[in-house]
Ligand binder design. Sequence first.
Ligand code: SAH
Ligand code: SF4
Length: 380
Amino acid sequence: MTEDKENKEVSLVGLTKKEIKDSLRKLDIPDQQLNMRVNQIWGWVYNKGINSIDEMTTLSLDLREELKRYHNLERPQISDEQISKDGTKKWLLKFNDGSEVETVFIPDDERGTLCVSSQVGCTLNCTFCHTGTQRLVRNLTSQEIVSQIIIAKDSLSEWRQEPRQITNIVMMGMGEPLYNFESVRDGILTMSDDAGLSISKRKITLSTSGIVPKIKMAGDEIGSMLAISLHATNNDLRNEIVPINKKYPIEELLEACRNYPGLSNSKRITFEYVMLKGVNDSEAEARDLVKLISGIPAKINLIPFNSWPGSSYECSDWEQIEKFGDIVNRGGYASPIRTPRGEDISAACGQLKSDTKKVRASEKYKKELAKIESKRIGRL
Ligand code: SAH
Ligand code: SF4
């Protein structure tokens, strides 16, 4: 491979302004023009969503040719794409090293939410979560995080279209965002930049299992909305189902929430609560939940458990979810029940990859699932 060809492998899609600027230093651009060139490229990539450097008509022909020696506008490869009857759409994306993650688009009446991944797999082992059974391969780069939005916009043909289909971003795909802090921060700052993708930080939610020391940093350096995967009202149960709780128990987690920078009635924390039949769904727990979060501007998202092969939980009965929700509601907190979406394409976070694996059905994978399951049963 020639040097030129090798350099060409760098895509500009998903890069931060600083990364673009550093990269442009290789080109023959006078220093005083650098910022202007970065801003022009930024607009083409993130505002117009172009696919070819030739379309950057505000750059001279010579500069475009020079840029093409080192860069392209390639996107990650789409390994799989499925559309549900209800309009939910999901993509399995493959990066250069062969790692795969999923991104899911969930359209609703007035909004469209894109569920974005932050890691390949997850190092944590929440017992109800399929991603937790996959070995972490690696953190995603900020470029790979942002490119998930680019792929979705391409696929929904929403460049330069109003009204937008993607109105909200949730970092609720694969991975623990606060264990990949810098890339998630840079990715969110890139998506929220006014001159580019321009998705307001108020419409971007970072979901964490509760990495306490990073919560304040997230508020200070990222400033997005925050969601906490609470799922239990006492440490014994939370230690079991969200094991990171052994390191950062509920009291410390809630203290970090109370101190979340910018917290107010117009910037509430979302507490996520997965409904597991007979595990965390009693009426007493609903009352405990209200007491626990008292004083924190918040809403509670009740998430019906999404089953996966080998999981040992069941979703609570609908009636029980409603009872639970009513108690929380009477306690003064909005408690929407997240409607299952894209069930025919198993679009819940963590599910797409499991399906593809199932289709590929490697014996090794099946054995691994059986091992995880027997370990879990052993623990019960
Ligand atoms: N790691 C982060 C973000 C990714 S998970 C976190 O844990 O918050 C996004 C949300 O989906 C979390 O609230 C998680 O607990 C929930 N979740 C994971 N597996 C689920 C399942 N099988 N059914 C319902 N919710 C699930
Ligand atoms: Fe990781 Fe979140 Fe799944 Fe827990 S729920 S295993 S933190 S992705």
